[in-house]
Design a protein around this ligand. Structure first.
Ligand SMILES: Nc1ncnc2c1ncn2[C@@H]1O[C@H](COP(=O)(O)OP(=O)(O)O)[C@@H](O)[C@H]1O
Ligand SMILES: O=C(CO)[C@H](O)[C@H](O)COP(=O)(O)O
Length: 561
């Protein structure tokens, strides 16, 4: 019997990649990356050259289609597989990455009449220009005691659908009026393959404040924000929300020809990058926290009940794996903090030594830092270089070092930064575990577990939990491919559930990182000190970070006088 295959397409911030996967064992047969032609549009609008304001981040929807037209045929060519053997395809995306579309499902920015209006383009997840709207959403939701706030750790983000939709209404009412719908890019790309638009429970739940039983926020709340938003959910956000793993439709003949696949191939509903990674490491049950570790960390966890956990990004029924409540939390900088140190603060002698040894500065520092005993340096840091996303949810918090002396070495500072991010993760683990959402094991995927062994050992020691590492380097794409196999179903040679798909296709490395008891004991003491600093600086006992920010803004003339 011939093998069957599935394709996962992972849409990142700067590029998209297709991975062709064998259904029987999850083997990754071929992959291809297509960088987005327009990458991130944050300075001037394509065509008109209109200058964008600060904090804007747009994308070109055509770039997403190009990934399908280039990377999918490339993986087919590289593998030599017959298109008839590819039975399903799934995609995952950054989120909330949203766009306004017309009645025919076309992006408004494709229409020459609207192409010069920035609000007609795709707003990327990191478009942060809707903060004013987010602040009012949070204020009014808190005043009205809206129940949904507790499902999002008390805060609705400026990155999400409501703030972005409202920004369009405030700044470009003509675009708001003409738009037939606002959709997640993941749902739009799926609609371009199938010819019909359906929404998915993951982005709807985490990014559009949708609840399986209660739906979107009610009209009274939306009206309290702005009377013009009263009908938002029934109009611009309308459309069926389907659980992950559902078949969104079948590949149209036109798209099949452009992608080099067979018409009728099953296409799964869209998904989010970090969330797609969870089944790809084999996690389909509660108790196992998955960390997507790179520039930042997304923490994902399943639970059997809906619990309130301080500072989580969100809890969504069916949001990660159907049948479970999916919890998400995060640290807004991790690899980026280490990058800051390496790029901005390492002495010249370290740069020279690394060059001489022919290793990257990170590797040089990792090697020297791993020669230190736990606690030996006497240096402790708080990991708030990009604010705190969980559990304090406060972007105005900043970094701290304690214990520096004239003898402090660069490797001691580097190690303190690795440890600070591990303490931040322990805080999140404990927030879940102590509120009835068990965390017994950790799984890691993303770039960092491949790059820094000391970091992984520190995470195991600080959290006192074993850490399993993803075998795949393309974990989100593998997860998306698995959902493609589920959309196809067992009758077509795929799988009937993501649990079945994970059993056959997901893999972790044999080697794990286990806590070392002597390290755990010292880290318990250091974590107690971290906790003390965390609460002192983060919970209002000393708002020095906020006062410094105010002084800084005053000094740089940014404060309204
Ligand atoms: N050896 C290393 N040790 C620790 N951090 C590293 C190392 N090499 C690179 N980094 C950091 O890892 C991050 C990139 O992680 P990666 O998962 O590849 O990217 P992304 O989060 O963009 O997907 C950067 O912030 C970089 O500074
Ligand atoms: O909000 C998110 C997931 O909920 C991600 O941060 C966003 O999708 C971008 O991810 P990445 O930096 O890995 O591309």
């Amino acid at each position: 019997m011939s093998s069957k295959y599935t394709i996962g397409v992972d849409y990142g911030t700067e590029s998209g990649r297709a991975v062709l996967v064998r259904l029987s064992d999850g083997a990754e047969i071929a992959e291809h990356v297509t960088p987005y032609r327009h990458i991130v549009i944050d300075e001037t609008l394509p065509g008109s050259g209109m200058k964008l304001e600060h904090d804007w981040a747009l994308q070109h929807p055509r770039d997403y289609i190009e990934v399908l037209e280039q990377s999918v045929p490339e993986v087919m060519k590289a593998s030599g597989i017959d298109p008839a053997e590819v039975i399903g395809l799934g995609i995952d995306f950054t989120a909330c990455t949203m766009l306004p579309i017309d009645e025919a499902g076309q992006p408004l920015c494709f229409d020459p009449a609207y192409a010069d209006q920035p609000h007609s383009w795709v707003k990327l997840w990191k478009h942060h220009a809707a903060q004013d709207e987010a602040n009012v959403i949070n204020e009014i939701a808190a005043q009205r005691g809206e129940a949904f706030l507790s499902r999002y750790g008390g805060k609705i983000s400026s990155e999400w659908m409501l703030a972005k939709s409202w920004q369009i209404l405030n700044e470009a009412p003509e675009i708001y009026a003409i738009a037939d719908k606002f959709v997640e890019a993941t749902d739009w790309v799926v609609s371009q393959m199938t010819g019909q638009l359906v929404r998915n429970s993951c982005t709807a739940g985490y990014k559009s404040v949708w609840h399986k039983a209660e739906g979107y926020p009610d009209k009274e709340f939306l009206k309290a924000l702005d009377p013009r938003l009263e009908e938002l959910a029934e109009t611009k956000w309308r459309g069926e929300v389907l659980p992950l793993g559902t078949k969104a439709g079948e590949l149209t003949a036109d798209m099949a020809a452009r992608m080099g696949l067979a018409a009728g191939t099953a296409i799964a509903v869209g998904n989010v990058d970090a969330h797609a990674a969870v089944p790809a490491v084999g996690v389909v049950a509660p108790g196992k926290l998955v960390m997507a570790m790179g520039t930042s960390i997304c923490h994902m966890l399943l639970g059997s009940e809906e619990k309130q956990v301080e500072g989580m990004c969100g809890v969504v029924e069916d949001g990660i794996i159907p049948g479970y409540y999916g919890y998400e939390a995060g640290q807004s900088a991790v690899g980026d903090i280490f990058a800051w140190y390496v790029d901005e603060a390492v002495p010249a002698y370290v740069l020279d030594a690394a060059k001489q040894e022919g290793v990257h500065v990170h590797e040089w520092l990792e090697k020297r830092a791993s020669e230190l005993k736990v606690g030996e340096s006497g240096v402790l840091a708080l990991d708030w270089w990009n604010g705190n996303r969980s559990v304090l949810v406060d972007t105005d918090l900043t970094g701290v070092f304690v214990g520096l002396t004239l003898l402090t070495k660069p490797q001691e500072i580097y190690r303190a930064l690795l440890e600070a991010t591990a303490f931040g993760t322990r805080k999140i683990v404990e927030a879940f575990h102590n509120n009835g959402v068990e965390v017994n094991e950790l799984y890691a995927c993303g770039g960092l577990p491949q790059k820094n062994r000391l970091l992984m050992q520190i995470y195991a020691d600080v959290t006192n939990r074993e850490i399993k590492i993803a075998a795949s380097k393309q974990t989100p794409a593998l997860g998306a491919a698995m959902f493609g196999a589920v959309a196809a179903g067992a009758a077509s040679g795929g799988y009937d559930s993501i649990v079945d798909a994970a059993e056959k296709m997901a893999r972790v490395r044999e080697e794990t990182f286990k806590p070392i008891p002597e390290h755990v004991a010292v880290y318990d003491k250091l974590y107690a000190e971290y906790n003390g600093l965390h609460d002192y600086f983060g919970r209002g006992a000393n708002d020095v970070m906020k006062r410094l920010k105010a002084i800084k803004e005053e000094a740089s003339g940014e404060r309204g006088e």
